[in-house]
Design a protein around this ligand. Structure first.
Ligand code: MSP
Length: 662
């Protein structure tokens, strides 16, 4: 019989589609992904949902500006969000869009339940409304600005359906008291209790001034107001009216930013109480990532994008930084400098170096097989004990959402292993049987420590720990490890190591930051595609395939052709680019000067073999940055086969460098 697993249902907020994802949104989604992985390793049947919040006046306006229908606009934006989470390896198990039919049905059903139970009435409302936050601003007067975003409010009077929030003051306070874990962290809980104690006003839950929303059945032009619509997504993601069948509701954890805690801990439980549905178990509010002490926004020009960082340093590095740098629940400052510093010290020099060093020594001394530990010394036992104790500590920190402390504890163990290796010096031993035995014990000890570190760090660093797991010759995947059974001493001797690979190449801080910023700039202000697209240009950013000329391409006259200057160039140097698997950075002599050019050929050409080779260069192409590296020209290549393998154009006869192609 299949083992029964306890369920765990967690959610991220559903993101507004009138903006694009930045590091703040990525933070919430990364944390959810970390918890999901952690809970799975503790044996839970986990479902994580995310999605997009697609209704409201902001979308109406954004679609208008873009000159497209709202449905088309949101479909494209939802795809952008979904694709980014896929690319970053943090896609949820369910992605809800508030325009999904299932969601529409759920919102209408929830409304019906609230109404049947006597908690909905029709009335008029005049108030100050912030269209950016999609919320009426309580107690604001005409001319006041929104206290959250600082923008001017608008006075709005309209017929609304109201939800009797006022009836839930006592039930909510009782609920908070009986469920002290419901609102986290503690400071937020106190804030919310004080807010509810101050009295609750009824809430307008429909609008007639907005068109783009879920219709209230039989009551058009009423459409649901944003929060009644949005919060219900958590329920529609796991079955909506049929939630019992799916077995996931109530949610075990809603992860939110501090700005939306009130909606989640006051409105949402009140809606559910009114409908007599089970309430979520916990809402956890994290702080904000600030840039130059301000909340990120495109208008302030201070947004940090996740993709350039993931491209340059790897997604694991970004995940590590987000969780390690800031105490979960508090605000923190984002800085590229701190990011790269942590990358080099904790990842490249810390975990990366320890893993590579251990593997290389085992390779060299034990034919690539995990050695047999022999007689233990006090220092071996001490390290084993420290590591064993760390396991319990780390699990407790994860449980309490103390991610920074969990990582700190794991890295303390890595530090101990570094010291242990430095004092034991296994590389300095000779090959006598005794020395070989001691070497084996020391290296087994370090490898065992690494195995445990891998399992503990896996929720935060899924890719790298997977690689180290394979490097250590372990069976299965690290994700399958049961954290509850993790103990010192389980590393079996004799396992053959996997192939060595670079885990975290060290980077030069200034250059890395420059490249991340250049990539971000490219993403925010994309350069228009050049008029002439030749194979190398088309393939350069992603590497691999060269563009195939579309059938029926327009003919050009000789006047157009002569505008393209192509010359014979000779490659002087070629190197791989850290963070861009497909690109090579070349310097090419074109007769009059030596140019730096990037080419998307790294998967097909060895850098060293290219030096001295003569190639065709488009020399008058405007310079551009590829993955943050300046490229001044383009190498011409044919595109071969279905994957568009680039084959460099060249000459059968010797040709002079700088000669023009005509
Ligand atoms: N659509 C609503 C949520 C509805 S949930 C039923 C919304 N969307 S949002 O796109 O504006 O924000 C989503 C989440 O991203 C919020 O939790 C918010 O706190 C978080 N962040 C946005 N910027 C942030 C930072 N700079 N730092 C950390 N998180 C931030 O609100």
């Amino acid at each position: 019989m299949a083992e029964h697993k306890e369920k765990f249902y967690l959610t991220t907020p559903i993101y507004y589609t009138n903006g694009l994802p930045h590091i703040g949104h990525t933070y919430t989604t990364v944390v959810a992904d970390v918890i999901r992985r952690y809970k799975r390793m503790r044996g839970y049947d986990v479902v994580m949902t995310t999605g997009t919040d697609e209704h409201g006046v902001n979308v109406e306006r954004a679609a208008k500006r873009a000159g497209v229908a709202e449905s088309e606009y949101v479909a494209k934006m939802a795809e952008t969000w979904r694709a980014l989470w896929d690319e970053l390896g943090i896609s949820a198990d369910e992605f809800v869009r508030t325009t999904d039919l299932q969601h529409v049905r759920t919102v209408q059903w929830l409304f019906k339940l609230c109404r049947e139970n006597g908690y909905v009435y029709k009335g008029h409302y005049t108030g100050q409304y912030c269209i950016f936050d999609n919320a009426f601003v309580n107690d604001a007067k005409s001319g006041d600005n929104c206290p959250d975003c600082g923008r001017p409010t608008e006075t709005i009077t309209e017929e609304n359906y109201f939800f009797k929030l006022s009836a839930f003051q006592k039930p909510l306070l009782d609920f908070y008291q009986k469920n002290p874990e419901f609102i986290q962290p503690e400071t937020r809980r106190n804030e919310i209790i004080a807010f509810v104690e101050g009295g609750l006003r009824d809430l307008s839950i429909t609008r007639t001034t907005i068109r783009w929303g879920i219709p209230v059945p039989g009551e058009e032009p009423h459409v649901f107001y944003v929060w009644f619509d949005a919060l219900t997504a958590y329920l529609s993601a796991v079955g909506g009216p049929d939630y019992v069948k799916r077995g996931m509701w109530p949610a075990d954890l809603h992860l939110v930013g501090k700005d939306i805690i009130r909606f989640h801990t006051v409105y949402w439980p009140a809606f559910l109480m009114a409908a007599m549905l089970p309430l979520p178990k916990q809402v956890w509010a994290h702080g904000w990532f600030l840039m130059d002490a301000a909340k990120m926004s495109k208008s302030k020009g201070n947004v940090v994008l996740p993709r350039p960082i993931a491209n340059m340093l790897g997604m694991d590095a970004l995940r590590y930084f987000l969780l390690r740098e800031v105490v979960f629940g508090q605000d923190g400052n984002f800085s590229y400098d701190a990011l790269v510093t942590r990358y080099n010290s904790d990842l490249a020099n810390g975990l990366g170096n320890l893993s590579s060093r251990t593997a290389a020594l085992i390779e060299k001394n034990f034919e690539g097989k995990i050695p047999q530990p022999r007689e233990r010394k006090a220092q071996d036992d001490a390290l084993a004990e420290e590591t064993q104790t760390a396991i319990d500590g780390v699990l407790e920190h994860y449980e309490k959402m103390e991610f920074a402390r969990a990582l700190e504890a794991i890295w303390a163990v890595i530090g101990l292993a570094d010291k242990y290796l430095t004092s034991e010096k296994p590389w300095a031993f000779g090959n006598s049987p005794e020395e070989q035995e001691r070497k084996g014990t020391v290296l087994w000890t370090t490898a065992e420590l690494l195995r445990i570190v891998c399992a503990l760090a896996h929720p935060v660093l899924p890719q790298i720990t997977g690689k180290i797991w394979t490097l250590l010759g372990q069976n299965g995947t690290v994700a399958e490890m049961a954290l509850d059974g993790l103990r010192w001493g389980q590393l079996a001797p004799g396992a053959a190591l996997g192939k060595a690979q670079t885990l975290f190449p060290r980077v030069d801080k200034t250059e890395a930051i420059e490249r991340i910023e250049a990539m971000a700039n490219e993403e925010l202000n994309p350069t228009p595609t050049p008029a002439v697209v030749t194979p190398a240009a088309a393939s350069a950013p992603t590497g691999g395939a060269a563009a195939v000329a579309p059938a029926g391409i327009a003919q050009i006259g000789i006047d157009d052709f002569v505008k393209v200057e192509m010359r014979v160039g000779q490659i002087k140097t070629a190197e791989r680019i850290v963070g861009a698997d497909k690109l090579l950075k070349l310097t090419v002599d074109i007769g009059t000067e030596v140019r730096q050019i990037c080419a998307g050929i790294a998967q097909f050409y060895e850098a060293d073999a290219l030096v001295g080779r003569k190639v065709v260069v488009v020399t008058n192409l405007a310079p551009r940055k590829l993955r943050g590296v300046e490229s001044n020209g383009m190498i011409v290549a044919a595109s071969v086969g279905p994957e568009g393998r680039p084959v460099l154009a060249g000459f059968l006869e010797d040709v002079e460098v700088g000669a023009r192609l005509k």
